[in-house]
Design a protein around this ligand. Sequence first.
Ligand code: NAD
Length: 545
Amino acid sequence: MTDSKGTTQATVSTLPAAADNPVFAAPAGTRTAADVVTPELVARLTRDVVGSGKTRNHAPATGAKLADLPESTPEDVATAFERARQAQYLWARTPVRQRAAVLLRFHDLVLRRQAEVLDLIQAETGKARLHAHEEVQAVSVAARHYGRKAPSYLAPKRHTGVTPTLTRVTELRQPRGVVGQISPWNYPFELSVGDALPALVAGNAVVMKPDTETALTAMWARELLIEAGLPAGVWQVVLGDGPVIGPAVVQHADFVSFTGSTRTGREVAQGAAARLVGCSLELGGKNAMLVLRDADLDKAAAGAVRGSFSSAGQLCISIERLFVHESVADAFVERFAARTRAMRLGGDLAYGADMGSLVSERQLATVRRHVDEAVEQGAKVVTGGRARPDIGPYFYEPTILDGVRPAMAVCEEETFGPVVSIYRFTDEDDAIARANATPYGLNASVWTRDGARGRAVAARLRAGTVNVNESYAAAYGSAQAPMGGMGDSGLGRRHGSEGILKYTEAQTVAQQRLVPLAPSFGLSHEQYAQLMTRGLRAMKALRLR
Ligand code: NAD
């Protein structure tokens, strides 16, 4: 198609056949989702779900029903909280080292039995096995980190008292009680158990509402954690429609841990605020990657593939906006497009595919709308831009768009699919300003051969994590450091000390010795005030904090 200025515009329908991504076919005999998700497995995994209604989930690779599942009512949610509260009492009194040992045993079990959960993740999400393995890695890192560090994060801390040596002050960390956890479908292993581990090791019980479409993965994680030593009552599960039972979870929780969309996150925050309970919110993003003029273009192109198309872009920290310095833009786009076109698509339960399916018709519809509207308004499809029903009902090609302008939905709204737009810049300040011009602030990425320059640019980006010469995994995988969103991307952080202390209440115990904090030993009020004034001056001179 040629526009009024005579420039060639590729459209969805005029893409050459050669742009099709190859299909990955697993070796004959590879098991299917139906082979893996047997009625016996479903019955075993779901027997502890509090609820007797009926619901079901689906296999994205085929669109077919995967399993019949129990469904909970708001009354079932209340029951789950009662059970969790009873179990939490003893769990909180279990020494923290014993609780942490459960996580370390869980770590080993996850790595040993990973094939089982990889099958389930693939069956329920349709993602490529390589991307499912990211979840195994992330959960193992979280289990190791909190298994090793929870005792020191939670240990009582001594502080200098108001009258040094005379006031003995200890800060304790008390569990909040029962944490309500609501998690999405896109990383069902990591965002269920990965986030539950710090809550549990801190002495809380958890009532979890995983997304129904990926509930089996969360239930498998629960079963394995019980095998590692977690008392079963400490982790309760409810299943059902978010708008129906989600508010009930918020209604009963002592703290809410929510991961999902910004829209739902606002509702959850309002529910928690009305009850004066805390919440942490891990929400959406419109994440930017900056390719500076001195970047290694081959590495940046490979990083852009990982950043934009992992889990078919259904990753909160995935890259949807790619700012490239004008002087290297053509060379970069050529490399990025070549790698993207070569990606093999497939939904088989085996390693080999570079990208899997979208999770649902709804996700596919958003991706189609964003790409088609952008193309209608003049954007150019560099590669991709098509659904691939020949592979499965929700497959969509990894797609690079050029010529995207601010009025287009794909420029500003989270797509949550395998679509990334190229924007060119000549001035680094301008690139930083454009990258920051979004209400979101979750993740960003900077590519340069100069590490110090990359870190300096990173510090100017408004995002909770910034990766230099990596897309997202370096920051997310570093579990000692906090991860989370600024602005509309969330409240609070997972990982590091913040990721566990949010599940606790700080309690200060101050013991006063020998003299009271009041006039005593016959001192008049005025003499006491003078003594305290001298004491305050002395404490500053002695550099007490
Ligand atoms: P969603 O908000 O629709 O659903 C998330 C969870 O909330 C589900 O379990 C759902 O059933 C439940 N829910 C729905 N309505 C509810 C309500 N009214 N009250 C309480 N719970 C309710 O999000 P989604 O489409 O499942 O997930 C995709 C979104 O999640 C994307 O925006 C993505 O960026 C975000 N996400 C963020 C992170 C992060 O760490 N920041 C990680 C993964 C996904």
